[in-house]
Design a protein around this ligand. Structure first.
Ligand code: DGP
Length: 164
């Protein structure tokens, strides 16, 4: 029995199956992602750019969002496609070239730290006392779809590791 898996029964079964294994004529299926394919497609289709994004319209209140925190530097609002019971996006009001984390320069250190501090403040405000997750997607391989740097604050359920 495999002492490390914690699933002794299923590892034994895998052993039995593998001894009668006939190779499939089909190529292996890629692992299923937890992200809806439409969101992943949007992220893959997004081209890294410093151009204005939908978040500028949210900042200017030209399109509605559910704001949970706002001051002169940052805006935090609920994600339109929540991946957890609590899913909040925290953005700087002035992008200043920070379309993505990999574009960060020394002048951005203060706002980057402040985004994380606000994430902690909002987590407290949302009652995420048992923990939460912070995510910053970067670029096509990081599945970034909106090129205005943002922190995802996710909570209200047990998170898994490794992430997808
Ligand atoms: P990312 O994939 O890391 O670039 O995340 C962008 C997030 O922004 C994504 O989770 C969905 C969210 N989002 C995109 N457009 C809107 C919108 O118009 N309103 C709100 N509230 N969220 C949006």
């Amino acid at each position: 029995m495999n002492q490390n898996s914690g699933h002794g029964k299923s590892s034994t079964r895998v052993g039995v199956l593998s001894s009668h294994f006939h190779p499939s004529p089909f190529p292996p299926r890629p692992p299923r992602s937890r992200m809806a394919s439409s969101e992943k497609d949007a992220a893959l289709a997004a081209v890294p750019s410093d151009a204005p994004t939908i978040f500028d319209k949210i900042i200017r209140k030209e399109i509605p969002s559910t704001v949970v925190f706002e001051d002169d530097k940052v805006l935090a609002f609920r994600d339109i496609s929540p991946q957890a019971p609590t899913h909040i996006i925290i953005i700087p009001k002035v992008k200043d070239g920070l379309s993505q984390l990999s574009k960060a320069e020394e002048r951005h250190i203060e706002i980057l730290g402040y985004l994380l501090y606000v994430a902690k403040v909002v987590a407290k405000q949302e009652g995420l006392d048992d923990g939460f997750r912070i995510v910053i997607n970067d670029g096509p391989k990081g599945c970034q779809s909106v090129y205005h740097i943002h922190v995802h604050l996710l909570g209200g359920r047990q998170m898994n590791w490794p992430p997808g």
